[in-house]
Design a protein around this ligand. Structure first.
Ligand code: ATP
Length: 292
């Protein structure tokens, strides 16, 4: 028998008055995977996650978490850690009190000091929430989401406003959770983070799911890119791939075309300036969305 998906979204519709923010959306998140729900601004990601989190009623369709309704808090809450875009933490509580309170409400068990350490907040344990910097608040939101190692962790733009050290620390903590078997759902506008970490990616645009698959599946229909500049007076470069304005080559034979270009540069004794070559990136998938 197939395993019950951790999240099962079936024909979800969310409307605000006359406006349909999410239309007939279906996707599943499997146990143990990191699923990135990405999309353009206003695509409907947060509206979708709010239904998944039980904070909003669906206008139509069904959502199941661990086979249960998201409204069934008693069944779902102990197994789900949520990092919202904006937390509702009380400004008067200290960091330690906040983690302890949310931890207790979650129904999971953990050691507050351990969680503060994971989130890099040990030195801020006695500081009031109102006195935290923006990045420190995000770390506190993360701490409350991962308290007790929930089976499902939902991270809504977790690294926005974080410096590089904090990002690395956050991803290291997510990696540890995954090693212990947690399923992770991520939204982010930092596409490299999704490209590096997601097992599968769903791309939303204007309320619907326009693309879904592994990073390889999403990018294989688009060409790879080689770009470079030439010093003044250099001869014409060879025709490789499709020269698409400037020296920007689109190719489905990256290795072969790069080889030919480098051979030409060597034979012509030309230094290729600012040479870049790489597979198709997720950014390019986004740039094709309006054409879908
Ligand atoms: N409470 C609301 N009332 C009316 N419209 C809303 C409400 N919340 C969201 N919307 C609209 O629904 C659409 C989807 O919003 P949503 O926040 O779900 O998008 P998103 O994909 O999370 O966007 P972003 O990446 O910009 O955060 C947007 O056009 C937004 O203006």
């Amino acid at each position: 028998m197939p395993e019950t998906p951790v999240i099962d979204v079936e024909s979800l519709t969310v409307t605000y008055g006359d406006f349909t923010a999410v239309r007939d959306l279906s996707f599943q998140v499997r146990s143990g995977e990191l699923y990135a729900l990405l999309g353009t601004n206003g695509a409907g990601k947060t509206s979708t996650l709010e239904v998944v989190e039980g904070h909003r009623q669906a206008t139509g369709g069904t959502v199941r978490i661990f086979g249960e309704s998201p409204q069934n808090r008693r069944a779902v809450r102990p197994r789900t850690g949520i990092m919202l875009q904006e937390s509702g933490l009380s400004p008067d509580l200290t960091v330690r009190e906040s983690v302890g309170l949310i931890g207790t409400l979650s129904g999971r068990r953990d050691d507050v000091d351990r969680v503060l350490g994971v989130a890099g907040l040990t030195r801020k344990a006695g500081t009031q929430v109102s006195q935290l910097s923006g990045g420190e608040k995000r770390r506190l939101d993360f701490a409350t989401a991962v308290y007790g190692g929930p089976a499902l962790v939902i991270l809504d733009e977790p690294t926005t406003g974080l410096d590089i050290q904090s990002r690395d620390a956050l991803w290291a903590a997510v990696d540890r959770l995954r090693e212990e078997g947690s399923t992770v759902v991520l939204t982010t506008h930092y596409l490299e983070e999704a490209q590096q970490r997601a097992d599968r990616i769903g791309v939303m645009h204007e309320g619907t799911l326009r693309r879904e698959g592994t990073i390889a599946e999403l990018t294989q229909t688009l060409p790879a890119v080689i770009s470079f500049a030439l010093p003044p007076g250099a001869p014409e470069p060879p025709t490789v791939g499709a020269l698409n304005g400037g020296f920007h080559i689109e190719t489905f034979s990256l290795q072969q075309d790069l080889h030919r270009l480098l051979d030409w540069a060597h034979d012509a004794d030309v230094e290729l300036l600012d040479l870049k070559a790489g597979p198709t990136r997720l950014d390019d998938v986004f740039r094709t969305l309006d054409a879908a």
